[in-house]
Design a protein around this ligand. Structure first.
Ligand SMILES: C[S@@+](CC[C@H](N)C(=O)[O-])C[C@H]1O[C@@H](n2cnc3c(N)ncnc32)[C@H](O)[C@@H]1O
Length: 226
């Protein structure tokens, strides 16, 4: 069993790695990701946000704010990220789009919000920055701040079963690690049940190189048992 000290050392190490990567890459992030963004990511963001509920929305690991064009109209949105440089880009994008988004520096593993604060919690291409041992704590933290009956929406890379895609992922994995502190094979899916999350939709996209999840957090009575 992991002790609290070991856990906080893991959390600190993850944030250090994220800061090292994203403080460096933030100025060119949108240019580097532009081809992916316009050729397929925007389409999948639109699909994901179709499952958002009205009300308060938390965009976890908001990055430079690529999800912003897809926020539901009238939603009250908070975006959090560990990287100040990424948040500065997100602030500039919100202002360009004329959106009012509360942007805060925060670690997704220690969210400074009360239980059940949000109707919808979204994380796109974020849990892929976490090592296996932090996947369950991250899912529990997202579930904690989502109200019972709310939605958790995830979009991430997925280890493809197709040989050609696997080769492509293998070729790019060193770059992904260095540039984005990320991996193509996050183990999120293995921990959903243990986090008490009910899967409403699980779909593969881009062959099976990307995975989309629509999840429901545990009801109030079930939370205590987790
Ligand atoms: C690949 S970017 C994705 C950004 C955005 N969600 C998108 O879809 O374009 C990953 C983001 O997650 C943030 N991140 C990673 N680990 C985090 C943590 N523990 N707490 C908060 N933010 C984190 C990084 O700083 C980065 O901005």
């Amino acid at each position: 069993m992991t002790t609290a000290t070991e856990r906080s050392a893991e959390v600190e190490a993850q944030v250090r790695e994220v800061l090292r990567a994203y403080e460096r890459i933030a100025p060119v992030y949108d240019v580097l990701d532009g081809l992916y963004e316009w050729s397929w990511k925007r389409r999948l963001r639109a699909e994901l946000f179709a499952h958002a509920l009205p009300g308060r929305l938390l965009d976890v690991g908001v990055g430079t704010g690529c999800n912003m064009p897809f926020y539901p109209k009238d939603a009250s949105v908070v975006g959090i990220d560990a990287s100040p440089a990424m948040l500065a880009r997100a602030r500039a994008r919100a202002s360009r789009l004329g959106l009012s988004v509360e942007l805060r520096r925060m670690n997704l593993l220690e969210l400074g919000f009360a239980d059940g604060s949000f109707d919808t919690v979204v994380a796109t291409f974020v849990l892929l920055c976490l090592p296996d041992e932090l996947q369950l704590p991250a899912l529990r933290e997202l579930a904690r701040v989502t109200r019972p009956g709310g939605r958790i929406l995830l979009l991430d890379y997925h280890r493809s079963s197709r040989t050609a895609v696997r080769w492509w992922m293998r070729l790019l994995s060193g770059w992904l690690r260095w540039a984005f502190a990320a991996r193509f094979d996050p183990t999120t899916e293995r921990h959903l049940a243990e986090a008490g999350l009910r899967t409403l939709l699980h779909a593969h996209r881009m062959g099976d190189g990307v995975t989309l999840h629509v999840l429901e957090p545990p009801a109030d009575g079930e939370r205590a048992a987790l």
